[in-house]
Design a binder for this molecule. Structure first.
Ligand code: ZN
Length: 243
């Protein structure tokens, strides 16, 4: 089975469509690591499109925030404004869809979460130390995470638990060598690694190959839709810089 691994679509339909077009015919199933909504102008459209695909999806902090499950005072003011708009815009059936998403999913050799195995909705795995602390919180060899919007592989390189961060090499399938790893495919709809292109990944389950990918999309058209609904300027501008 070939899996299309995506995360952090963040209501950016144009980026999501670009990923599906780029990946067309190359996968059997979608694993989505959460934050379908929040920040972007197309929350219902993104959920509708995801629901047409064979997929499983995890809950992200923005999905929960849009449902009123989180205290949005922990969000910065721009993110809070986006949460309020998203909550008002979501259709009831799409709210129900988000409400039913699990926070952790274990399938074969993989544990899937939005943030981290230790704190599935909240924690950011930003560096090897945080990754090291999380290896004791899942039992499978591999864990797939999103949330930081940065494509990366954290690999445990010694029995003691020393962990190394590896930047992705794009378009080159990387063999999962049996050493424990926490892998982030990056963000479809709001990359934050100074590269504005949409990020996603392929996982070949039988051959244990993981491949990071990037694809450009029409950022300006998303920015126009965001401006039309009066999204904060900072959220509009960041898309073209990828931060
Ligand atoms: Zn996110």
């Amino acid at each position: 089975m070939r899996v299309l691994v995506i995360s952090d679509i963040h209501a950016n339909l144009t980026a999501f469509q670009a990923v599906l077009e780029d990946a067309r015919g190359q996968w059997d199933f979608v694993w989505c690591l959460g934050d379908i909504v929040g920040y972007g102008p197309d929350p219902n459209e993104c959920i509708d499109l995801l629901r047409t695909l064979p997929h499983l999806c995890l809950a992200g902090n923005h999905d929960w925030a849009a449902l009123g499950r989180l205290d949005v005072r922990t969000f910065n003011s721009d993110a809070r404004k986006a949460v309020v708009w998203t909550a008002e815009t979501l259709r009831p059936d799409n709210r129900e869809y988000l409400a039913a998403l699990p926070t952790t999913f274990v399938i074969g050799s993989y544990t899937l979460v939005h943030g981290s195995p230790r704190e599935p909705v909240w924690e950011y795995i930003l560096d090897p130390l945080i990754a090291t602390l999380n290896f004791t919180h899942f039992e499978t060899p591999y864990c797939l995470v999103g949330h930081t919007h940065t494509p990366v592989v954290f690999e445990m390189v010694t029995e003691r638990g020393d962990t190394e961060a590896q930047l992705p090499v794009y378009d080159r399938p990387r063999s999962l060598n049996g050493r424990r790893q926490i892998i982030n495919p990056g963000s479809v709809g709001q990359p934050r690694d100074s590269n504005p292109q949409a990020a996603y990944a392929f996982l070949d389950v039988e051959r244990a190959l993981f491949e990071h990918r990037r694809v450009p999309y029409d950022v300006a058209s998303v920015q126009r839709r965001m401006a039309a609904i009066d999204m904060p300027e900072r959220l509009v501008v960041r898309l073209e810089h990828g931060w």
